[in-house]
Design a protein around this ligand. Structure first.
Ligand code: FAD
Ligand code: NAD
Length: 498
């Protein structure tokens, strides 16, 4: 237990005093390490507690802060160091710095190499009383979730009881790559995370089973080798935490660009493929963040996933296979991010975050009239919304899209929208151009009170309406104001913003 590197052992051995640099003090004769060991083996009651171990509160610890009565806490264990005082190589004064307190840091700094646990075991008074664990950053819930896991020869199953009645696949995001498992469960505006470096390798086919009624979530992994796991794995930074979603850093995974198709002269449909081992569904009305390194700097921008097409075939709604993410993106000629995106080649990778956004599908489920106001690519959140409304919400009587664009050439999916209006009598679309050519016979202008009063109407005098609006910021802001002026309440309006 001699300190190495600080200075050589003085002639005459340890009894001359050992310690740290200038802190070395000469020990009195008969106070060497050997003498100390002898004392600890003598059967003398060194703690004053006759071998009993007690639980020590901080308050109690602080009372024992004198030379003739000195307790110190090291790594959660409390020692009565009073008898050791004269044996301490660094001297009594140094020991007294930690008297009645937690001396772990002090001891780690000065005597990291000394095994105090073993040297002071006869002085052990007991453990520190457990303090309530400090709540993770931003946590306001007292509910605390946890997980359980079990195994068979071939499977590892992680179980989380969320007690949430409406648990569904959109609320569970799993990433399992290279032995790292990250499973995030969204519970209202909070998130629970399982994040471990797995004990052994698993294959990339991950499954999630959800018992919706009781809110039980199972993440099922396939073992690569049929061996018995001693543990699930080493916990990583966010493991077993339940915190506000906004306090959880954005998590990105690399997705492969699999196709890029033209929608209009400046807008493209990008199809990205999630990596194997990732299970992620972007809910209706939510966006993701894309991240690229541009000129050595990390740049992040939000985009709202769409579907590969509108729901034109009612036997089968557009393919949402959980593997591909479709993004409809306008390429600006001077746009920093979109120019870089446009230069991506098929097979290239781009980082995609977890979904975010405050839109709730339940807002649609209780409406009779759904009115969608879109400006340019502000159409993107309306795609999944239309699909959801027309294929899953039975109480809706009318669904109307009022689509504002500069020119005819800018209208996204015009053909599909017109076909949809022909197929589903509940759906109607109105195009309004701000810079039409001379031969445009349709409506023209920018968002205004008079245009809105002409097109935004309830199907019945007191029918329940939901109006969703998305586009350039001035478009959205003016639109919300006009709608309020027309008598629509805040609850009836949802504005998509960042
Ligand atoms: P920048 O470098 O920021 O701008 C360069 C130039 O491009 C500007 O000077 C201007 O001439 C032009 N320009 C850039 N942005 C705009 C703009 N918003 N309006 C008009 N001119 C502009 N975009 C999509 O195409 N599809 C989406 O699905 C989509 N979803 C979004 C979701 C959210 C929540 C938000 C907030 C924005 C969304 N956007 C979407 C916009 C997107 O995030 C970027 O702002 C856009 O792609 C421009 O990025 P950029 O770096 O290329 O342009
Ligand atoms: P754009 O410039 O082509 O304009 C489309 C139409 O919006 C115009 O024809 C006009 O009617 C209206 N408009 C534009 N500027 C206006 C103004 N200042 N005042 C009133 N009306 C105006 O639009 P774009 O280039 O396709 O841009 C679409 C916008 O939508 C972007 O700003 C994008 O960030 C935003 N967006 C937001 C979200 C979201 O928040 N969830 C999603 C997608 C797109």
């Amino acid at each position: 237990w001699f300190p190495v590197g600080s200075r050589s052992v003085p002639a005459g051995g340890p009894q001359q005093g050992l310690g740290r640099g200038a802190g070395l003090v000469p020990l009195k004769p008969g106070r060497s390490l050997m003498d100390w060991i002898r004392l600890t083996k003598s059967g003398k009651d060194l703690t004053g507690l006759k071998g009993r171990l007690i639980e020590v509160t901080e308050d109690e610890l602080s009372k024992h802060n004198k030379k003739e009565d000195c307790w110190i806490c090291i790594r959660g264990f409390v020692y009565n160091v009073t008898p050791y005082m004269e044996y301490h190589p660094g001297g009594e004064d140094e020991l007294m710095k930690a008297a009645g307190t937690d001396g772990t840091d002090l001891f780690d700094q000065v005597h990291r190499w000394v095994n105090y646990e073993s040297m002071l075991k006869e002085c052990l008074v007991g453990r520190m009383a457990v303090k309530p664990i400090a709540a993770p950053k931003g946590s306001v819930h007292f509910l605390f979730y946890s997980y359980d896991w079990f195994q068979t020869d071939s499977l590892i199953t992680i179980v989380i009881y969320t007690k949430q009645k409406d648990m569904n696949a959109e609320l569970v995001i799993v990433d399992c790559q290279d032995k790292r498992l990250r499973g995030e469960i969204i519970i209202d505006d909070h998130s629970y995370l399982v994040e471990v470096d797995l004990d052994h390798a698993v294959s990339e086919d991950v499954a999630v089973n959800i018992a919706e009624k009781v809110g039980k979530v199972e993440i099922v992994l396939n073992k690569k080798d049929n061996i018995h796991w001693k543990m699930l794995g080493q916990p990583l930074e966010g493991h077993n935490t339940f915190i506000k979603r906004t306090d959880r850093g954005l998590f990105y995974r690399k997705c492969k660009l699999v196709s890029k198709t033209e929608v209009t002269h400046d807008t493209k449909l990008f199809c990205l493929m999630l990596p194997k081992g990732t299970l992620l569904h972007v809910p209706t009305g939510q966006h993701v963040y894309l991240k690229q390194i541009i000129a050595g700097t990390e740049v992040v921008k939000p985009y709202t996933p769409v579907l590969p097409s509108l729901p034109l075939d009612f036997q089968e709604s557009p393919h949402q296979d959980g593997v591909h993410i479709y993004l409809m993106i306008k390429i600006y000629s001077h746009g920093l991010f979109t120019q870089a995106l446009d230069h991506l080649q098929i097979g290239d990778y781009i980082s995609v975050s977890n979904p975010e956004g405050n839109f709730k599908k339940s807002q649609v489920q209780t409406s009779e009239d759904l009115l969608l106001l879109a400006g340019g690519t502000g159409f993107t959140p309306m795609v999944k919304l239309l699909n959801f409304a027309l294929t899953e919400v039975s109480c809706l009587r009318t669904v109307k899209l009022i689509f504002f664009n500069k020119t005819e050439d800018d209208i996204l999916w015009r053909n599909q929208l017109e076909q949809l209006a022909l197929k589903d009598e509940r759906f109607e679309v109105q195009f309004i151009l701000s810079q039409p050519s001379e031969d445009w016979v349709g409506k023209q202008g920018k968002i205004s009170s008079s245009l809105l009063s002409e097109f935004v109407k309830r199907s019945r005098r007191d029918s329940k309406a939901l109006i969703c609006i998305c586009g350039p910021t001035p478009f959205t802001e003016q639109g919300v104001q006009y709608l309020k002026d027309l008598g629509y309440s805040q609850e009836e309006i949802h504005a998509f913003t960042a």
